[in-house]
Design a protein around this ligand. Structure first.
Ligand SMILES: NC(=O)c1ccc[n+]([C@@H]2O[C@H](COP(=O)([O-])OP(=O)(O)OC[C@H]3O[C@@H](n4cnc5c(N)ncnc54)[C@H](O)[C@@H]3O)[C@@H](O)[C@H]2O)c1
Ligand SMILES: N[C@H](CO)Cc1c[nH]c[nH+]1
Ligand SMILES: [Zn+2]
Length: 430
């Protein structure tokens, strides 16, 4: 059963806290399993990678078939229907256009005392992109990961994707071809993350690992952070819909079920000012669930962590949304643009009744790799900035050095770092 809460109930605070603390993703148990897998890949390289892939994915790979050949990529890309190719191309063009606007500019200037200061952006050399593929397959996630990498100018993109029972959705490889990704491996889960971080004979290590995945992938990214960079924790999907009486219950129910469909650990929450809408959405969810082909998976996603919360005002709705910090926040209200600036914590915001979250998953142009598990309080969705790094540039001439030297020497003395002070003063009295 999903939770039904009302802010006016006496036990609301305790039940809301329990909802916030619900363990959807990282348990000690998952952490321990992942720890063992990473250690195994570090110790035994390809042998461990192959063994674990065949164990978890039943993929029947060998070291020599871990990487997709160029012929396999071409053949799969040729197998997709013209409709699928065209949809992928539409998505690719829109994602590319939006991400081009995120490219940061270098800048350099000389200040009033003659010091040159600047900021330079450089693409990361090698990135790993994780494309999930356990319960569903995600050609759209290929584009969401690869396009910003390409726009940023990353040289090497190594893509990993699990192939359950040795099968791959041809659209995954078609999307990779459209995005210009050629280095693709049949591995997933924690073992794929470990291989990207530490390297094996077949997979050279990367500098940073991006992309969404289940609890095992998220835990592995946490554990390899430091050895490599990671984008964020983009784990099991979430949506929070804020709705007033202008919302359509059938549409809201459909949006809640769309995220629940991602399965284990997914979370769909409705926060509404209208008790009648709350009832109508609950009934609609049951009605729509019964006709969904993936009913069981979606039901688990909805019933385990789903919730309908009735509030006294939109002010209360905003406050709860900011505390929950959901991956996606839909504003199914009369005046979404007025409410939008008040939502501080969200991976992405969807404006109004005609913007289902699924448009953002596929073709809107914004990125669908977004922070989950309340990390939208401090993290952002994937974008070009994740694939570049910033270097500062500094230059003094004799006169600006003379102006800054006394303060620098004083601070060096305060820190008792004499060699620091000397490296400044030695340049002054010639
Ligand atoms: N936040 C985002 O931006 C975003 C975007 C797309 C998808 N997602 C999420 O990605 C997830 C995809 O999950 P998925 O499972 O379909 O694919 P996945 O590729 O993330 O995970 C599959 C892998 O999990 C590993 N695994 C499964 N059970 C295991 C076990 N018992 N022990 C060790 N390893 C195990 C296996 O190695 C398998 O290859 C969903 O939760 C979905 O909500 C998130
Ligand atoms: N909703 C997911 C992000 O949480 C992304 C996705 C891809 N395909 C379908 N959905
Ligand atoms: Zn989705």
């Amino acid at each position: 059963m999903p939770s039904f809460l009302d802010t006016r109930d006496a036990d609301f605070a305790a039940r809301f806290q329990a909802l916030l603390e619900g363990k959807r993703e990282s348990s000690q148990e998952v952490g321990d399993v992942v720890n063992t897998i990473i250690a195994d890949v570090r110790a035994r390289g390809d042998d461990a990678l192959v063994e674990l892939t065949n164990k978890f994915d039943k993929a029947n790979v060998t070291p020599s078939t871990l990487r997709f050949t160029q012929e396999e990529i071409e053949a799969a890309a040729a197998r997709v229907t013209p409709e699928v190719r065209s949809a992928l191309e539409t998505a690719h063009a829109r994602i590319k256009a939006h991400h081009e606007k995120q490219k940061p500019a270098d800048h350099i200037y000389t200040d009033e005392i003659g010091v040159t200061l600047g900021t330079r952006w450089t693409p990361i050399e090698a990135v790993g992109i994780y494309v999930p593929g356990g319960l569903a397959s995600y050609p759209s996630s290929v584009l969401m990961n690869a396009v910003p990498a390409k726009v940023a100018g990353v040289e090497r993109i190594a893509m990993v994707v699990p192939t359950p029972r040795g099968e791959i959705n041809a659209a995954i490889l078609a999307a990779a071809k459209i995005a210009g990704v050629t280095e693709i491996y049949r591995v997933g889960g924690a073992q794929a993350v470990a291989a990207l971080a530490y390297g094996t004979k077949t997979i050279a290590p990367v500098d940073k690992i991006m992309g969404p995945g289940n609890a095992y992938v998220a835990a592995a990214k946490r554990q390899v952070f430091g050895k490599v960079g990671i984008d964020m924790i983009a784990g099991p999907s979430e949506v929070l819909v804020i709705a007033d009486s202008s919302a359509n219950p059938a549409w809201v129910a459909a949006d809640l079920l769309a995220q629940a469909e991602h399965g284990a650990g997914a979370q769909s929450i409705l926060v509404t000012t209208d008790p009648r809408l709350a009832d109508a959405v609950a009934k609609e969810v049951d009605r729509q669930l019964a006709v969904l082909p993936r009913e069981q998976l979606t039901r688990e996603g909805w019933e385990e962590f789903g919730a309908i919360i009735t509030v006294a005002s939109l002010d209360e709705a905003v406050e709860l949304a900011n505390r929950i910090a959901s991956e996606h926040v839909e504003l199914a209200v009369d005046d979404p643009k007025a409410l939008m600036p008040r939502i501080r914590n969200a991976g992405a915001i969807f404006l109004g009744h005609h913007t289902p979250e699924a448009i953002g998953d596929y073709v809107g142009g914004s990125n669908h790799v977004l922070p989950t598990a309340r990390s939208a309080r401090f993290a952002s969705g994937l974008g070009v900035l994740d694939f570049v790094k910033r270097t500062s540039i500094l230059g003094c001439d004799p006169s600006s050095l003379a102006i800054l030297a006394p303060a620098a020497v004083t601070l060096a003395e305060t820190e008792a770092l004499d060699a620091h002070g000397r490296s400044v003063s030695i340049r002054l009295n010639r």
